[in-house]
Write a protein of this length. Sequence first.
Length: 487
Amino acid sequence: MYAVPDVSVVYASGATTFCSASGTGTIVNFTNTPGNVPTMIVYSSLKASSGPAPVVTAIGDGTVSSLAATTTVDGSREYIECSNQGTCNRELGECVCRLGMKPSDGSKDAINGTRADCGSFGSNAPHCFVSTNDGFCSGHGGCERDASTGAILTSCVCTYGYQGPYCTEKICPLGVSWFSPPTATDVAHSYMECSNNGICSRSTGTCTCRPGFEGVACDKVSCPVEGGAVCSGHGSCHSIAQMAGMATGLNNWATSITYGAAGTADTWDASLIQGCHCLRNYYHGPYLSDVGDFFDYKCGSAYCATGDDPYTPYQKYTIQKINCTATKGLLQLKFRADSTQLFDHEITQAQLKMQLEALPSIGSVTVEFSDGTTPSAFFESGQARGLCNVTQATIYFHSELGPLPTLEAIPYVDVQGGGLQTFVGSIDTRTIQLGTKENVECSNRGVCDRATGQCKCYPGYGSSDGNGSVGLRDDCGRIMPIGAGTN
């Protein structure tokens, strides 16, 4: 058998045959196979004293009267490259033995042989290797000693971070292997040098990662680089676990999603798989000083401005109302994931408009206060009562199209005694008209150039204000006068 170079076989109790009527015990000693050898599997076509006709079977199916193989002594000899007495030449796959060590026959007596494993002693084998001027074991370990006599033996015991017969080889960082043979049912991804994704430099103890991986242990998937910049310069690189913490749901509000927090085997890749998180900025168009939105795996493709299709008439903007009654205190308004600064309950009509339009998720709105009798223009002047001392405030959304989430009011509560006024009163917000205008790229009247993020309008269409008139959205949402061209 190729896998068994040499064994000794002894029949117990003076037996002369492998099987006998009274039973024979056979001891097989794997003399030249180091390590803990697996138990043999015995197959037989022997017929029992009674039973079916002879057939080759494995142990335990009842066709054999008594036949079994067990391990009586587990092998404790090392089974390591170059017997830990040399270094492996990776290009040739050959051992370079340290001074005085030679090929062996694989036996525990370290007899000279043909295994080329540095496992036998030459005539001048030293007791413990001295490397140049660094002292015993190159200054990175000590000589192994006999446990009973204290005598110096041939091998070095290296300090942490070093290995090899001379303790000259540095160990590289360990990481979860991306591919390694399973060690048990559904158990894989053991820790290995350079995560089995790179080559270890024994002189420096550093990993050279294969393309597509990074990290000191080559354990992380690299994010794509385009134009010399990670994620094309339009995003940032994050792990799956980090992405989970950045996840948003309805209205772009943060979610409670996690990945890998429990440390289960199913989420072994939580901090290792990385990808691009692309910039999203509620893009309103290139002429409105907005930073564009980007997508794809490398954040290399740009979204274009969105707008209302001018050929779907009789559509409406979203309108919302705020009803507030308060005697004092501060509050905020939240739209999607953005919140205004804290403002006083008596904020004016003009000031509220400024607060809302300062949010990244809102371009332009009209704000009208009303107490049921006073004209809106009076409140616009800033001479009248503030938000929470009027009947209601009406918010008209102009730049945000389609159905929109309702503004959320957040009354301030001073829980730390910082001196800011706790809101005392009541406030509610509601949508009284849901927007029906489309919010589609290039208003369905052009093609998006993904490289520039600009719409190429079909003939006869140009940039609008989101309501069919001249504007700066660059959205192809305006029907141009005959002969005017595009944009």
